[in-house]
Design a protein around this ligand. Structure first.
Ligand code: AMP
Length: 403
């Protein structure tokens, strides 16, 4: 057996999965939370059983040591599992990384050099890589959230600000959630229904026009032409674009100056406000789509407005991306909300009938873990639901690199 340990190391958490890249089977996985705080917690899942421990976890090194101990105690033993690589999720690759790389000291230094561009994410990623390299003597591969968008056309990647200032500070649109957008858009291109549509129209795969909506707690949209990303909604940071669980998405940048000046607020306060206390949470008091839906059904006006703002933004993006692509062949939904919330999918296409987009009510409501078409047969562009799997994508990219 060949396995890859996939690590997603945040500022105070460490998520992991032991994945069989060929079959996609997850042998075990879990999360260490509240690293560096008094009340740490580790949840390890294997064969449908959860092992939970509550204890102080001093730092990321201690967290990974705990994980390795749990693999030995609760299984599966990493020594016997045939682990050939560790795949690390790294949020920001800047312009230095447009593809996964095998980690060496230079790569670690380069990821650290990108911390000013991703102060909330890259420090945790670097620490995770460092402790894992010390404890696991196999090749380590860094997979970047920005890589799929590294070749965005200049017109999409460029902010209309002073070019010298932009160049000096690395200000451009980078895009995030790339591993998911790439995984989902390739699954769409390989889907029999999509291949059949293209074949019937006598078109090659290089002409396939997709709009991908990754709607989780974070949310982003991309326009993908023939497998290449040509637009995406996140920019210099993962704050731009769609309305998210706690992030505002697009706002007038003038709001920031207005708050700093007239509200006498600090930069850190406004940063936290827009990243952690805005979006659905800021509008309704809850960031979870299930809770928001319950509030809407109970007649809560704030929740109704939050959902309306969320859907309005999504419709604007789908329309804009159809324009960027010169038409649309597939609209695809993924991640927690996109895969599960049928009413959100219906709400997005409601009003987009002029693009030929519509859902079949029964198909849209049916629950499944498989990639599927939810639009009616034989009419217009396809609307699809494709479950994302970033860990599997990272494991496969790691294996492809280390052989
Ligand atoms: P993710 O970041 O991909 O894990 O997605 C998290 C989001 O998915 C949260 O807002 C959840 O409320 C939402 N979600 C998960 N399951 C469901 C569901 N069955 N119905 C609606 N939303 C869901």
């Amino acid at each position: 057996m060949t396995t890859v340990l996939v690590l997603n190391s945040g500022s105070s958490s460490l998520k992991y999965q032991l994945v069989v890249p060929g079959s996609g089977e997850v042998l075990a996985g879990g999360v260490v939370e509240r690293i560096g705080e008094e009340a740490g917690r580790i949840t390890h899942e294997v064969a449908g059983q959860e092992v939970v421990r509550e204890q102080t976890v001093a730092d990321h090194g201690a967290a990974l040591r705990l994980v390795l101990d749990l693999f030995e105690e609760a299984g599966p033993s990493l020594r016997e599992a045939g682990i050939v690589a560790v795949g690390h999720r790294v949020v920001h690759g800047g312009t230095s990384f447009s593809a996964p790389v095998v980690v060496d000291d230079d790569v670690v230094a380069a990821v650290r050099a990108l911390v000013p561009l991703a102060p909330l994410h890259n420090p945790g990623n670097v620490t995770g890589i460092e402790v894992a390299r010390e404890l696991l003597d196999v090749p380590h591969v860094a997979v970047f959230d920005t890589a799929f968008f590294a070749d965005l056309p200049p017109a999409a990647a460029t902010y209309a600000i002073d070019v010298k200032t932009a160049a000096e500070h690395g200000v451009r649109r980078y895009g995030f959630h790339g591993t998911s957008h790439q995984f989902v858009s390739s699954a769409v291109a390989a889907h029999p229904a999509v291949r059949a549509e293209l074949a019937a129209a006598g078109r090659g795969p290089e002409t396939l026009r997709q709009v991908v909506l990754h709607l989780g707690n974070g949310a982003s949209a991309s326009a993908v032409l023939g497998g290449h990303a040509v637009e995406t909604s996140m920019g210099l940071t993962p704050l731009e674009g769609l309305v998210m669980g706690t992030r505002s998405g697009d706002i007038d940048p003038g709001i920031v100056f207005h708050l700093l000046r007239s509200g006498d607020l600090t930069v850190d306060y406004v940063d936290t406000l827009l990243n952690k206390r805005s979006g659905l949470l800021g509008l309704s008091g809850v960031n979870d789509m299930r809770e928001l839906t319950r509030l809407v059904e109970a007649g809560d006006d704030g929740a109704r407005l939050a959902l309306d703002v969320y859907l309005h933004r999504l419709r604007k993006y789908v329309g804009a991306y159809a324009a960027v692509l010169g038409g649309i062949d597939v609209l695809v939904f993924t991640a927690g909300v996109g895969e599960n919330a049928a009413h959100v999918r219906a709400g997005v296409v409601d009003g987009l009938g002029f693009l030929g987009l519509t859902v079949d009510a029964a198909r849209n409501e049916a629950r499944s873990r498989e990639p599927r078409v939810v639009s009616p047969s034989g009419t217009g562009p396809l609307v699809m639901v494709v479950p994302t799997n970033e860990e599997l994508a990272i494991a496969r990219q790691a294996i492809a690199l280390v052989g």
